[in-house]
Design a protein around this ligand. Structure first.
Ligand SMILES: [Zn+2]
Ligand SMILES: [Zn+2]
Ligand SMILES: [Zn+2]
Ligand SMILES: [Zn+2]
Length: 320
C-alpha cells in the first residue's frame, strides 16, 4: 500500500521566503472569544491555546460554552504528542547484532526470530542443508509442516507469527483457503499483542476495501497506530493522506520521521515538497541526514555480500 496516490501539490507559493502560503501559519487577528474586544495583549486559554480572552472574567463566563471544544482539543494535542514522538527502531538481528533494515528480513517460524538477509545468506552458503541460522531447525518442506510450525507460534502468542498467518489466509497460500475474515481476525489479534505490521495491514484492508467495507478514516486510524509502534510504511501513508487533505505541516512532520527510519519514498516526498516550495531547505537537509544515518546503522558487509548475490537480498534503497 506504499503507493497510495500522491496528492495535491501546493503550488500557491507566497512571496514570503519562497514558502507556500497554504503550508505556513497565517496570523489571525486577536479577538476576545467572549466579548469580541480586539487587542494585542489577550491571553490564550492555557489548556487548548485555541481561544484568547481580554480578562479572567471573560474567560470564566465563556467557560461553559468553551469547555467541550477545549477538552476535544486537549485530547487531540495529547494524541498528536504520541503520534509525532520518535517511534521505536527495529531490533537488532539476533545473529549479527546489527540493526535490522526496515524490509527484506526473514521471520523464522521455528523460533520466532527475525533474521537479516545477510545472516540468512551466510548460513545457506555454508551449509548443505537449509537450517535456521538461529535455532538450527530444518526448514519445513511441506505446506502442512509450514502451517503447523506457524500455528505453534500463534498458539504461543507470538504477534508476528499471528500476523504472518493472517497473510497466508489473505493470500490463500501454503494450502490455506483464501479467507479475508480470518485474516482480519488474526491481524486484530496480533495488533492487540503489539504488532505494528498488523495495524498497517488492517489499515490497508480498510483503504482498499479488501475483505471489509472501504473506510479511509479507519485506514488512517490504523496506519497511525502502526506508525506510533514504529511502522514507517504506515507513517508514509498517513503523510500522504495528510498531504491530500492539505495538512502540509502534518504531512511534512510524518515524512521527516519516516525518512529518519529509512523510508525512501518519504525522503523523496520531502525532496519534492522542497522543490515545490512547501518544505524548507532545512527540512530537506535534516531528512537527508537522518536517512543517511539510518543507512549507516543498518549497513554491514555481510548484508552487502548477500545483496550482491541476489536481488531478493537487497536491503537498502540508496540516497536520491
Ligand atoms: Zn473579553
Ligand atoms: Zn481551551
Ligand atoms: Zn544478521
Ligand atoms: Zn529457528
Amino acid at each position: 500500500m506504499d503507493d497510495i496516490t500522491q496528492g495535491i501539490s501546493c503550488n500557491s507559493i507566497s512571496d514570503r521566503d519562497g514558502i507556500c502560503g497554504s503550508c505556513s501559519d497565517t496570523t489571525t487577528m486577536e479577538i476576545c472569544a467572549n466579548c469580541g474586544k480586539e487587542g494585542d495583549s489577550l491571553k490564550s486559554c492555557a489548556a487548548c491555546k485555541l481561544v484568547k480572552y481580554c480578562s479572567r472574567d471573560c474567560q470564566a463566563s465563556h467557560r461553559p460554552q468553551h469547555k467541550k471544544e477545549c477538552r476535544r482539543r486537549v485530547a487531540e494535542l495529547h494524541y498528536d504528542e504520541s503520534l509525532f514522538k520518535q517511534p521505536p527502531t527495529l531490533d537488532d538481528c539476533p545473529i549479527c547484532f546489527v540493526q535490522l533494515p526496515i524490509s527484506r528480513n526473514t521471520y523464522k517460524s521455528c523460533c520466532g526470530k527475525v533474521i537479516c538477509k545477510g545472516c540468512i545468506h551466510a548460513v545457506y552458503n555454508r551449509d548443505e542443508e537449509a537450517l535456521c541460522p538461529f535455532c538450527r531447525a530444518p526448514t519445513p518442506e511441506s505446506n502442512e509442516e509450514i502451517f503447523q510450525q506457524l500455528m505453534k507460534r500463534a498458539d504461543a502468542g507470538d504477534a508476528q507469527g499471528i500476523n504472518n498467518l493472517g497473510f497466508y489466509y489473505a493470500d490463500g497460500i501454503y494450502g490455506l483457503p483464501q479467507d479475508f475474515d480470518k485474516a482480519l481476525e488474526l491481524w486484530e489479534r496480533a495488533a492487540k499483542l503489539g504488532s505494528a505490521t498488523s495495524h498497517y495491514n488492517i489499515g490497508n484492508a480498510y483503504y482498499s476495501g479488501r475483505g471489509v467495507e472501504q473506510d479511509e478514516k479507519k485506514a488512517k486510524q490504523n496506519w497511525e497506530l502502526a506508525a506510533m509502534k514504529g511502522d514507517v510504511n504506515a507513517r508514509h501513508n498517513v503523510a500522504v493522506v495528510e498531504e491530500n487533505s492539505g495538512n502540509m505541516k502534518r504531512a511534512i512532520k510524518h515524512y521527516m520521521i519516516a525518512s529518519g527510519y529509512g523510508q525512501n519514498k518519504a525522503l523523496k516526498n520531502i525532496q519534492r515538497l522542497y522543490s515545490q516550495g512547501c518544505a524548507t531547505k532545512d527540512d530537506y537537509t535534516k531528512a537527508l541526514r537522518a536517512y543517511q544515518k539510518y543507512l549507516n546503522e543498518v549497513k554491514s558487509s555481510q548484508r552487502d555480500e548477500a545483496a550482491a548475490f541476489d536481488d531478493e537480498y537487497k536491503y537498502l534503497e540508496g540516497l536520491i
